[in-house]
Design a protein around this ligand. Structure first.
Ligand code: 2BA
Length: 109
């Protein structure tokens, strides 16, 4: 068994939930925050049999879009002003960042 942890953009999370339910995969959604942008994103925990890993990865790929986002500069108050960039920078946010972990044991009580 595997646990897939997928960090996706909030904009894609309902579409991905619907697709997982439609394909009979169980998932838990956690509200999360990106360490770089400090903006909300959604982390899916999806417990599945090994044989279903590719099917779930396909569903994630099909339902999560890559987008560009402008990041406002963060004031260097008290920090190092040498590295301060005073204008917005465009970053590409991936469709999904996916971790696939082995599950040693799975129980439901
Ligand atoms: P954030 O940390 O808010 O990052 C959002 C996007 O900003 C990233 O997209 C990346 O394009 C850019 N970025 C991140 N750190 C950067 C840096 N030090 N310098 C320049 N640009 C940077 P993604 O790579 O697609 O990541 C989307 C979200 O997935 C991340 O949101 C974070 O919540 C999660 N994530 C990505 N890699 C991770 C990892 N290795 N471990 C845990 N979570 C991760």
């Amino acid at each position: 068994m595997k646990l897939i942890m997928a960090v996706v953009q909030d904009k894609d999370s309902n579409r991905l939930s619907d697709a997982l339910v439609e394909n009979k995969f169980q998932a838990t959604k956690l509200a999360s925050t990106g360490g770089f942008l400090r903006a909300g994103n959604t982390t899916f925990m999806i417990g599945i049999e090994d044989k279903d890993v590719d099917a779930v990865l396909t569903i994630i790929k099909e339902n999560c879009e890559t987008r560009e986002q402008l990041v406002a500069p963060i004031s260097p108050m008290g920090g190092n002003a040498d590295s301060y960039v005073p204008y917005p920078v465009e970053v590409q946010i991936g469709g999904a960042t996916v971790f696939i972990l082995p599950v040693e044991q799975f129980e439901k009580f």
